[in-house]
Ligand binder design. Structure first.
Ligand code: ATP
Ligand code: PRP
Ligand code: NIO
Length: 490
């Protein structure tokens, strides 16, 4: 069922300019020239120090089903240019209709903790195909990575207490909500209120009740009693419809009735007011009334910063319901992931690295067929090296910061190291296992533990060492000098 969401013919889910370039490559007889593109972000989101990768599963589902059907081709045949003539020749459109992807994809498994500049995904194949895939791959991976990262921050603020994702009603449309629920679970949420996401992905679903339930009865007490009658095994009473602390007392009254019938009230939910004060006072009432195990759930425009502050204020919140600010990544609604050409194959089969210059150092691209080697000890991550697989790692095993080349780090003494980009598709066919969501979530949690707390902190985090293999750095420098030098010669 999940697959069906991403597997109708969705090849037109791309920007028109990908098709104009694809047409150009075809027209010039270059469509099948082999190319390498990398998908990466430059800076982690939320002014943070890391990201949690997500979205690969849907991206591969999409690629597996990639095709232009008759209606797509008919639509493209109707597009015209300035002169009213068709944009695309029929022979090109016929090729699109017959197109079967033959790309190789290497990617970081979902749930991998990733950092700026390093490829999360690499696509190798005919340039026409690689180009067409830029937009949909960015669409799927940017968003889920953003939400998984946000969720990991919110989970970090909650500490050991569970976070329930409540974002469906405020998320960006249907897929925005479904993808957000999935990514939020990868990032560490314990459950979602989104029942479809529960069914599609096997995410635990949880829910309380709304103010409308309370308001639909003549009194709050009656509403709790009736809820206890119909839902005796899931009683979290929303106590703030009229007077919060009165509401807590009424919940206790109904909790006692429930107990006499052999059931236990799960807890209460606070959804307004000063959540620190009210949770402390509510805790006192619950304890005094004989409900020390009753849980206090809190919701109301929470995010990691408010949660951190509430904890510092000694709030007695045991479960956090977080919706809008999680599912919409409220403070940074887009991850600026990009997809850049980095190498082209020559006629003799060798690879020619390609670089794009920029006035902004961070935007000068990294050429080559890139791989990421992670160095770590049992205690934690030490640094990531971006290297060119066709050249291998320079024996000096030094990384050079691409933004400030005077910053270098020797990684050789750290013996545990492994490549992060793993074979995912070969010749257009999935070669990696479809991972259970639980395994992906566990990877994220485990890897986050290996990231130094100074890199995970919300405020001005330490920068994790990511650099270019010194050999790659030297090649890149020469390429930049050659281009800049030839500009001077002109
Ligand atoms: N003790 C606290 N410290 C910091 N932030 C808090 C505290 N208590 C609540 N908040 C947060 O402050 C904001 C309160 O917003 P607001 O004043 O609109 O809530 P409210 O009084 O409950 O009103 P509404 O009924 O419109 O939600 C929410 O984001 C909430 O999570
Ligand atoms: O605050 P969020 O993090 O988005 O969590 C979800 C919110 O959705 C519900 O509110 P509702 O839709 O009834 O709106 P309201 O609380 O603003 O009245 C619930 O009571 C939460 O407050
Ligand atoms: O179950 C809840 O309490 C819930 C679900 C969605 C949004 N707000 C609250």
């Amino acid at each position: 069922m999940l697959k069906r969401l991403y597997q109708p013919p969705l090849a037109l889910l791309t920007d028109l300019y990908q098709l104009t370039m694809a047409y150009g490559y075809w027209k010039l007889g270059r469509a099948n020239q082999q190319a390498v593109f990398h998908l990466f972000f430059r800076k982690p989101p939320f002014k943070g120090g890391y990201a949690v990768t997500a979205g690969l599963q849907q991206a591969i589902d999409y690629l597996e089903a990639y095709r232009f059907d008759d209606s797509d081709v008919t639509y493209l045949a109707e597009l015209t240019g300035n002169d009213g003539q068709p944009l695309f020749e029929k022979a090109f459109l016929d090729e699109l209709r017959d197109l079967k992807l033959t790309v190789d994809v290497d990617a970081m498994p979902e749930g991998t903790v990733s950092f700026g500049q390093e490829p999360m995904l690499r696509v190798k194949g005919p340039i026409l195909q690689c180009q067409l895939l830029e937009t949909p791959l960015l669409n799927m991976i940017n968003f889920q990575t953003l939400i998984a990262t946000k969720a990991s921050r919110i989970r970090a603020a909650a500490g050991d207490e569970p976070v329930l994702e409540f974002g469906l009603r405020r998320a960006q449309g249907i897929d925005g909500a479904i993808s957000a629920s999935r990514a939020a679970y990868i990032g560490g949420c314990a459950a979602t209120s989104n029942v479809l996401a529960g069914k599609l992905f096997g995410i635990p679903v949880k829910g309380t009740h709304a103010h409308s339930w309370v308001m639909s009865f003549d009194s709050e007490l009656e509403s709790f009693e009736k809820y206890a009658e119909v839902m005796p095994n899931n009683c979290v009473f929303l106590v703030d419809t009229y007077d919060t602390l009165d509401g807590v007392r009424q919940a206790c009254q109904v909790g006692k009735q429930l107990r006499r019938r052999g059931q236990e009230m799960v807890g209460i939910r606070l959804d307004s007011g000063d959540l620190a004060y009210l949770s402390i006072e509510a805790r006192k009432i619950l304890d005094e009334e004989g409900f020390p195990n009753a849980t206090i759930v809190a919701s109301n425009d929470l995010d990691e910063h408010i949660m951190e502050s509430l904890k510092n204020q000694g709030a007695k919140i045991a479960v956090w319901g977080v919706g809008t600010k999680l599912a919409t990544a409220f403070d940074q609604p887009a991850l600026g992931g990009v997809y850049k050409l980095a190498a082209m194959q020559r006629e003799d089969g060798s690879w020619q690295p390609k670089v794009k210059l920029s006035e902004q150092a961070i935007k000068t691209s990294i050429p080559g067929m890139l791989q990421v080697r992670r160095y770590q000890t049992g205690q934690g991550l030490i640094g990531d090296m971006i290297y060119d697989e066709t050249r291998g790692i320079d024996p000096r095993e030094i990384i050079v910061d691409s933004k400030d080349t005077t910053r270098r780090k020797r990684l050789a003494e750290h013996t545990e190291s492994f490549d992060l980009l793993t074979p995912t598709m070969r010749d257009g066919v999935r070669v990696s296992e479809i991972e259970p969501l639980e395994a992906i979530r566990a990877r994220a949690l485990e890897q986050l533990q290996l990231v130094h707390p100074t890199i995970r902190r919300f405020m001005n985090p330490h920068e994790y060492p990511v650099g270019l293999d010194i050999g790659l750095h030297e090649v890149r420098n020469r390429m930049i000098h050659d281009i800049r030098g030839s500009q001077l010669d002109d």
